[in-house]
Ligand binder design. Structure first.
Ligand code: PEP
Ligand code: CO
Length: 468
């Protein structure tokens, strides 16, 4: 029943409205009033502010129209019309900002996407974990060796891996060095793409020499041939080169962990409403920093970019709905990508209730599977590794669970490299536990090597095409 407000409860009503308006007011820096997980401790705040001012003045790395293009492509993926291939290193490091490492990463992503186009009969969005993936969440703030305790290494944008106080002290200058390398990486990628490197007429440009003898080379070459033939056939029919079909884009993404860095490049642009993070196309929130009332969710809710959120068994259906409401109140197409990373033993129980809750609310996020982060384990000799068959197994389960729940898996999120490393065990290239020391190069999580990544895409393509 409605009653006339007395003066006292009218004042209360005004006070509450004012409070919630203030609580709701967002700015690129409003995250600073919330608890922020995983942030380093900068010993000199003045130096940090100086760096942030410089960062904010530098030109953006991406443009708002690219960001909006990606959002509309992700909306298509959520409707089942495209498939998202999201992959790259667990962490980039500054030393790997080299032409061969970048080219090899592009090559494997291009090859995988070609296989997925062929198997899934859908266009593929290529979204790299690159050009800014320089900061990592850590389980502990510090690390102790031989009685000496120092701050944990948090990625090249924060501090250095060497075990001395100097190297482990967070240095704001590294934010600038990271931004510059992200710019160099993107500049090179754009140059390659514009120069025709990704041209579907020339898949030979993407070949990685050392795998010609791989057992998968023949199957891959057959697919490349088939795509080339279809393309030539369509061009004969159309009597012209099909530029639109032929155009291959790459988008950039990273975990939006270092909120100072993200804030510095958050801008308004002419003739558009809202604020854009122009340091990347799609930032995502990691599994450890997605607290509803935390600083990361506060920052992300206000930007116009498409965003991702990692989730696992630690989120309940109700919490997921509250998070989706906070991050995507308008249920905007393409805005929200949910990246589930349960692990092979937990996905069967964990995923269906989340899918059902989201469907009940009429929400239409893009669902993608990260089959890497729930399947990490240690070998007896102390290597952090992942088994290829578990990764594949989780992916297959994800595909089938979505189907059974009336949803669909719209993409994958993987950690890979174009190099011939030995970090994950298995696959037909036969990496065994005892092979790990041979080429174990990651400073953080184990990545699929080139052959394992290609094999994964071939098997996924079979699944997408209705096979096993
Ligand atoms: C990562 O993607 O490297 C990562 C740390 O993942 P998550 O947030 O899912 O643990
Ligand atoms: Co990782």
């Amino acid at each position: 029943m409605l009653t006339h407000p007395t003066l006292a409860n009218y004042a209360l009503f005004l006070h509450n409205s004012l409070m919630s308006a203030t609580a709701d007011r967002w700015s690129p820096s409003s995250w600073q009033s919330k608890p922020a997980e995983q942030q380093p401790n900068y010993p000199d705040p003045t130096q940090l502010q100086e760096v942030l001012q410089q960062l904010a003045l530098l030109p953006p790395l991406v443009t708002s129209w690219e960001v909006e293009t990606l959002k509309s492509q992700l909306a298509e993926a959520a409707r089942g019309q495209r498939f998202l291939l999201h992959g790259g290193d667990c962490a980039e490091n500054f030393a790997d900002c080299r032409s061969d490492a970048i080219v090899n990463k592009l090559k494997i992503l291009l090859q995988m996407s070609l296989v997925l186009v062929q198997g899934g009969k859908r266009r593929v969005i290529r979204l790299g974990r690159f050009a800014g993936q320089y900061a990592k969440p850590r389980s502990n703030d510090s690390e102790t060796r031989d009685g000496l305790t120092l701050p944990a290494y948090r990625g090249d944008m924060v501090n250095s891996p060497g075990f001395t106080l100097e190297q482990r002290t967070a240095d704001p200058q590294l934010l600038l060095r990271g931004y510059e390398r992200a710019g160099l990486t993107l500049n090179f990628i754009r140059g390659l793409i514009d120069g025709g490197f990704a041209d579907l007429h020339h898949p030979e440009y993407w070949e990685l020499g050392f795998v010609r003898n791989s057992p998968h080379a023949a199957e891959y070459m057959r697919m490349v041939e088939a795509i080339g033939e279809s393309l030539r056939f369509m061009e004969v029919l159309a009597s012209e080169r099909l530029e639109e079909i032929n155009r291959v884009d790459f988008f950039a993404s990273h975990e939006g962990l270092m909120l100072w860095y993200e804030q510095a490049q958050t801008r308004q642009v002419p003739r558009r409403t809202g604020w854009y993070n122009l340091a990347t196309h799609l930032p995502w929130i990691g599994n450890r920093t997605r607290a509803l009332d935390g600083a990361h969710v506060e920052y992300f809710r206000g930007i116009a970019n498409p965003i991702g959120v990692k989730i696992d068994t630690s989120i309940s259906p109700d919490e997921l709905l509250a998070l989706a409401d906070r991050l995507d109140p308008a249920n905007e197409p393409g805005r929200l990508t949910l990246i589930h990373r349960f692990g092979i033993d937990r996905i069967e129980k964990g995923l269906p209730p989340l899918i059902r809750a989201v469907r009940r609310q009429g929400r239409t996020p893009l669902w993608i599977c990260d089959p890497m982060h729930g399947n990490t384990q240690m070998t007896t000799s102390g290597f952090k590794t992942r088994y290829f068959e578990k990764i594949l197994g989780e992916l297959e389960q994800a595909w089938n669970i979505h189907k059974a729940c009336g949803s669909h898996l719209g993409g994958i999120h993987i950690e890979l490299t174009g190099e011939n490393v030995t970090e994950c065990i298995g696959g037909s290239c036969g990496v065994r536990a005892e092979d790990l020391p041979r080429a174990y190069r990651t400073q953080v999580d184990p990545r699929l090597n080139y052959e394992q990544a290609l094999e994964m895409s071939l098997r996924l393509a079979r699944l997408m095409g209705g096979g096993k």
